[in-house]
Design a protein around this ligand. Structure first.
Ligand SMILES: [Zn+2]
Ligand SMILES: [Zn+2]
Length: 185
């Protein structure tokens, strides 16, 4: 039920139980999440509750030059903004299409070897494949994927090689917060 946290990286205030071991904030109700060096440590419930990782969409396209990768990454933001899924940009072809909600084949996907192989694997795996022009038939999503508010400023946030779902400015910082942290005993 609980996310894990890195005990090697805690501040003295966190070790003393004064601040949340995940976000470092001292405000708000916290729950005990374990003992470190004999002392009880605490975290906000939302900070530690395991959120099921939403399935992502894999964007497959030409990444053979940095300009091509920039174009593909910009396109991937549109995918997240219009399809409403977190998006990962495929680099190389070491992915299992079945692990994704769907695969978007960006313009030029068949022109580089890695993306052509990966795109074909996705089609053979019977994964839901979307062509780039279909992406633009979906309207831009204005509902924040976290709090559910309708906000015209809601937009995907760049996270580790891809994009979050569209988030309102207030929720945008949460996109970069890791869902789970590794316990380092
Ligand atoms: Zn917290
Ligand atoms: Zn929000």
């Amino acid at each position: 039920m609980f996310a894990r946290f890195d005990v090697s990286n805690l501040t003295q205030l966190q070790l003393d139980g004064a601040t949340c071991v995940v976000c470092g904030d001292e405000d708000g109700a916290m729950i005990p999440v374990g003992a470190v060096e004999g002392g009880q440590v605490f975290a906000h419930r939302p900070c530690v509750e395991e959120r099921p990782a939403p399935k992502s969409v894999l964007v497959v396209g030409d990444t053979s030059t940095s300009a091509a990768l920039d174009d593909l990454t910009a396109f991937a933001s549109d995918v997240a903004d219009r399809l409403g899924f977190p998006v990962l940009v495929a680099i190389g072809r070491d992915y299992r299409p079945e692990d994704f909600e769907g695969v978007v084949l960006a313009d030029g996907w068949a022109t580089s070897y890695d993306s052509a192989v990966l795109g074909c694997e996705a089609m053979l795996a019977d994964v839901y494949c979307v062509w780039s022009e279909e992406v633009y038939r979906h309207p831009i999503i204005a509902t924040c994927g976290l709090c559910g508010d309708v906000d015209p400023e809601a937009a995907p946030v760049a996270v580790g090689g891809g994009w979050s779902v569209s988030l309102c400015p207030a929720c945008a910082p949460a996109a970069t917060r890791p869902a789970t942290l590794e316990v380092v005993a």
